[in-house]
Design a protein around this ligand. Structure first.
Ligand SMILES: Cc1ncc(COP(=O)(O)O)c(C=O)c1O
Length: 384
């Protein structure tokens, strides 16, 4: 008998990030598509990882994370945001933010629950919701500003809404939520039983004097939120896959029930090294915004003479560009053409949306690259 498989995610293929990175490789294009730096993590941090390996940190870490790392995270939260989080009961180290997002969704979303997601949305949210039996209610951000329309959000809230997912600084648009947005969200959720999953992986990559508005510092929202972070973004080490989730005791307990069977624990020597580095070199994350703001400005200046229209970028290491002056093609087709014919790989923004109509002439560039890479890419882009 032939064995048949009913896919649990029939509409999911290989992610656009892998597709574009492969296309970039096969066509010899400069890869500004997937969000990873082409420079190294801080040397002192790499040396601490080597030391941790030499010191034989090879066995399972505690399920909730190495204690020294949880303590270092708590002290970073208190020093940076004035937030108190108990390292034993409220902070869990995860295998990247991706695992934390999946565990948080599975901790609280059941069959038939609705989860509000704002489009364009990072691609891991919706499959995780659907695997949990939930239904993603996808609300488009405002087409030109990518702000949340809180009136539409209010209308979308229902007795079935279990969770809302927010992301600031926002991938792919580079916009940020202000504390007034968090106040509005808190007010609308006050009479409900709805929880919040706040994806804050770009917390330190924020520009022009803005301060990151974390849900953890919002007294009301903090009570009903999972906040998710990633050291991959902060330390230019996306391949290390170390992140963490901060949530109140009851939510963390449910989160850990999933986490312990998803990965059990996260790579030990990396946790040991990151804990030491956070204590020794807090200036790294404190200066990350300045570092990326310089890169953003450098890249924008390089592209200023091109036919791309650059959208504002308040945070993240992504720059959106409108290409409608150059081409009437839809974004997926345009990005393929750009990769194959002009040697620069980017990500089409419509792939982040359920209904892509409003965002079909936007490409996302990752500027977390050495200036020489940005120079070479921009020369090709200006020549079009
Ligand atoms: C918005 C957002 N959330 C989560 C992640 C995943 O983070 P990690 O690599 O730590 O799993 C990314 C990575 O690109 C991201 O952009």
């Amino acid at each position: 008998m032939t064995v048949s498989i009913h896919s649990k995610l029939p509409n999911v293929g290989t992610t656009i990030f892998s597709v574009m990175s492969q296309l970039a490789e096969s066509s010899g294009a400069i890869n500004l598509s997937q969000g990873f730096p082409d420079y190294q993590p801080p040397e002192a941090l790499v040396n601490l990882v080597k030391q941790a390996l030499s010191a034989h940190y090879h066995q399972y870490a505690p399920m909730i994370g190495v204690e020294a790392l949880r303590v270092a995270i708590a002290s970073m939260l208190s020093g940076h945001y004035g937030v108190t989080a108990d390292p034993d009961t409220e902070i869990t180290v995860t295998s990247g933010a991706t695992e934390a997002l999946f565990a948080a969704i599975h901790a609280v979303v059941r069959q038939g629950d609705e989860v509000i997601v704002f489009d364009p949305a990072y691609d891991s949210y919706v499959p995780a919701i659907e695997l949990a039996g939930g239904r993603a209610v996808r609300l488009a951000l405002e087409p030109s500003t990518f702000a949340i329309d809180w009136d539409r959000f209010e209308r979308a809230l229902s007795a079935k809404t279990r969770l809302v997912i927010v992301n600031s600084p926002h991938n792919p648009t580079g916009t940020i939520l202000q504390s007034s947005d968090l106040d509005r969200l808190a007010g609308l959720l006050r009479p409900t039983n709805c929880l919040v999953l706040s994806d804050e992986v770009y917390e330190h990559i924020i520009f022009d004097g803005h301060a990151h508005a974390t849900v953890l510092a919002h007294q009301e929202l903090a009570q009903r939120s999972f906040a998710v972070f990633s050291f991959g973004k902060t330390f230019h080490a996306t391949g290390w896959k170390v992140g963490y989730c901060v949530a109140p005791v009851g939510l963390s307990a449910e989160f850990r029930r999933i986490h312990q069977y998803l990965t059990f624990s996260t790579t030990t020597p990396l946790q040991v090294a990151i804990a030491q580095y956070l204590q020794l070199t807090p200036e790294h994350y404190r200066e990350l915004g300045k570092f990326y703001q310089t890169k953003r400005d450098y890249f924008r200046n390089l592209l200023a003479p091109s036919k791309f229209r650059l959208l504002p970028c308040q945070g993240t290491y992504f720059q959106l560009a409108d290409f409608s002056e150059m081409s009437e093609s839809l974004d997926v087709e345009f990005c393929r053409w750009l990769t194959v014919e002009h040697g620069v790989a980017t990500i089409p923004v419509s792939v982040f949306c359920a209904k892509p109509t409003a965002n079909q002439h936007l490409a996302r560039f990752c500027f977390a690259k050495d200036n020489t890479t940005l120079d070479a890419a921009a020369a090709r882009l200006r020549a079009i």
